[in-house]
Write a protein that binds this ligand. Structure first.
Ligand SMILES: [Fe+2]
Length: 254
């Protein structure tokens, strides 16, 4: 019933088209630029109905206005970023239900990367659009929120089912995975992930979408309570926020 098109854009962004084959409604998620979106819509012969933004950064919103000049669009964005994204027609907050391409979706506020960042969870299809909160084997930099907020945001995502397929905002997976090895040099599963990701990237293949259950086992930014990881980095007696902060700071200077 749905079709998802992944559009690489800018240096490492992903823009997503979500198309409902029954109602023919189409949404674009985080159009940082407009032209590749227009090209893909023309190729697919789809009309655009809706723009969905996860947060205000220009590499996620920069194409909004150009697309709105062509189509009569609903623009959905976080209420908490209302002064930062122009021309919004529909604001969303935590736990709101919103239809994306006519498919029911729940809004999950995930402050940290930006103060009003939201993710969109389509439970009936086990899909999560995670913006710059959760990446494969990584997470977004903490620019506007606190480390504790970001840790709690990731904890909310961690509560979603293992079978959830995650679509994130950037292709950072290879460098993320190298960092993960530095934290857990004795974790064979992390090495296997690195090999798989290296293989994909050597063919210029995408590492998106990815399975949340796998991230819960391997992504250190979701393992702030994992005793084996804490031991590996020498933080066995530290709390979740302290562990998360150490990992985030280490990645920032990796
Ligand atoms: Fe961002």
């Amino acid at each position: 019933m749905i079709e998802i098109e992944i559009i690489p854009a800018l240096s490492d962004n992903y823009i997503y088209l979500l198309h409902n084959k029954v109602t023919e409604h189409t949404a674009v998620i985080d159009p940082g630029v407009s032209q590749p979106v227009i090209d893909k819509l023309m190729e697919k012969k789809w009309d655009l109905n809706q723009i969905i933004n996860t947060h205000h950064h220009n590499d996620h919103t920069g194409g909004n206005l150009e697309l709105m000049k062509i189509w009569n669009l609903e623009l959905v964005a976080p209420f908490k970023e209302q002064n930062k994204i122009p021309n919004v027609t529909h604001y969303v907050s935590h736990d709101d239900q919103i239809n994306i391409a006519d498919i029911s979706s729940k809004v999950i506020e995930t402050p940290g990367h930006t103060s009003g960042h939201v993710c969109y969870y389509l439970r009936d299809y086990d899909l999560l659009f995670s913006g710059d909160t959760l990446f494969r084997m990584g997470c977004g930099r903490v620019f506007e929120g606190t480390m504790e907020q970001m840790k709690n945001s990731l904890k909310l995502l961690k509560n979603l089912p293992d079978k959830t397929q995650v679509y994130c905002g950037h292709e950072y997976t290879l460098s993320n995975t190298k960092f993960c090895i530095s934290l857990e040099p004795n974790n064979i599963e992390v090495y296997k992930e690195f090999e798989e990701v290296s293989r994909l990237r050597s063919n210029s293949s995408k590492t998106i979408p990815f399975l949340l259950g796998n991230e819960k086992k391997l992504n250190p930014f979701l393992k702030f309570d994992d005793n084996s990881l804490k031991k590996s980095i020498g933080l066995e007696d530290k709390n979740e926020t302290e562990v998360f902060t150490y990992i985030r700071n280490s990645k920032d200077s990796f």
